[in-house]
Design a protein around this ligand. Structure first.
Ligand code: ASP
Length: 352
């Protein structure tokens, strides 16, 4: 028995409850985060068929004192969660994070950068319906997350949802109503439920790719949470003046531009001038495509040359969530501009 397997069988998992629909209850104002999550989880998992119940690993629960609807999350919440995991992970074979689905992919992406080299599973999950709702997906998702979180061959931040295991930094919320709510447009699944069993595909995991030794980076995201990074999607007719309003904000340190197709922007010298000026001021600018599938190749068309000349970095096939949280992560650290640019283009945690 390896050390990890021994740990996996002898210590409980840690489940961290941050909020989200999974734990919500009705109020006069609509659904709000509920309390007493441990007893409610135990009840919901206790209602699973016996053969599924007996396959569940032990866990203990840490409830954040102020569970939120994840639409209220900011980089500060990402930092706080990573800090908790960094502090506690050694006492548990794996961690499960219960989170609202709306910004779950953002949190999972940010955790991946902060917990680089994590040597055990960190599995984020949530639900489209509260634990007690009829036909809820909550117990199924928690069961899946717990069972993947006890597998020592998973050594990265992943999302368990709707029967699938996705790389956190590759995933996006894809559906606003369906229980199969998450997709990984440019990377295959890390695992999935087949029959009753969670099947992991280890050859797709970071452990076989580039995990390396744990080297957590837990910088202070506070200053970046005050408008330090923006996400700007182009639309036909966008003006230089509008882009300037974002990029000339003195608080802005970086921005993600969502451009056309394979990496194109309008050939508008004024617009390109605004972008080049911000880049020249040392702002970290990157571009992704508005197409969810495939990456970009800036400069393939003449219409993309302006981005190259303005020093905009290619985010290739990254998700918007992965690209923006990477900008936040790099900007929060005391790095020279050139080193930030180099790291942005480097594959740090399988995000590109
Ligand atoms: N608004 C909820 C949240 O993100 C949605 C959900 O959890 O499904 O917290």
């Amino acid at each position: 028995m390896t050390q990890d397997t021994a740990l996996a069988t002898s210590r409980p998992l840690l489940v961290i409850y941050t909020g989200g629909t999974l734990g919500m209850v009705e109020s006069d104002a609509g659904l709000v985060p509920g309390v007493d999550i441990e007893a409610r989880l135990t009840r919901a998992l206790g209602a699973l068929p016996a053969e599924r119940r007996t396959a569940l690993p032990d866990f203990e629960v840490l409830t954040f004192p102020d569970p939120i609807d994840s639409s209220a999350a900011t980089p500060r919440e990402w930092q706080r969660l990573a800090g908790e995991i960094a502090q506690r992970h050694r006492n548990h074979p794996g961690i499960v994070v219960l989170h609202g689905t709306d910004t779950l992919a953002w949190t999972a992406s940010s955790l991946a950068y902060q917990l680089q080299g994590v040597d055990r599973p960190v599995v984020v999950t949530g639900a489209m319906q509260p634990l007690e709702a009829e036909g809820s997906d909550a117990a199924d998702n928690v069961e899946l997350a717990l069972r993947f979180a006890v597998n020592p061959a998973l050594q990265e931040v992943a999302i368990a949802f709707g029967g699938k295991l996705l790389r956190g930094v590759r995933a996006r919320k894809w559906q606003s109503r369906d229980a199969d709510a998450f997709a990984s447009p440019n990377y295959p699944l890390l695992g999935e439920r087949i029959g009753m069993d969670p099947i992991l595909y280890p050859e797709r995991g970071l452990v076989r790719q580039q995990r390396g030794a744990p080297r957590f980076e837990l910088p202070d995201y506070g200053p970046l949470a005050e408008g330090g990074v923006a996400r700007i999607a182009l639309w036909p007719g966008i003006t230089a003046r509008q882009v300037a309003a974002w990029l000339q904000d003195p608080a802005l340190k970086g921005a993600l531009l969502e451009v056309w197709g394979g990496g194109n922007v309008p050939e508008d010298p004024e617009l390109l001038g605004v972008i080049a000026e911000a880049s020249g001021q040392g702002k970290l600018l990157a571009a992704i495509s508005q197409c969810p599938h495939g990456g970009i190749d800036i400069g393939h068309y003449a219409a993309g040359q302006g981005l190259n000349e303005a020093g905009v970095l290619s985010a290739d096939d990254m998700t918007p969530e992965a690209a923006l949280t990477k900008l936040v992560h790099l900007l929060a650290q005391p790095l020279a501009h050139g080193e930030r640019r180099r790291r942005f283009l480097t594959r740090l945690v399988g995000e590109r």
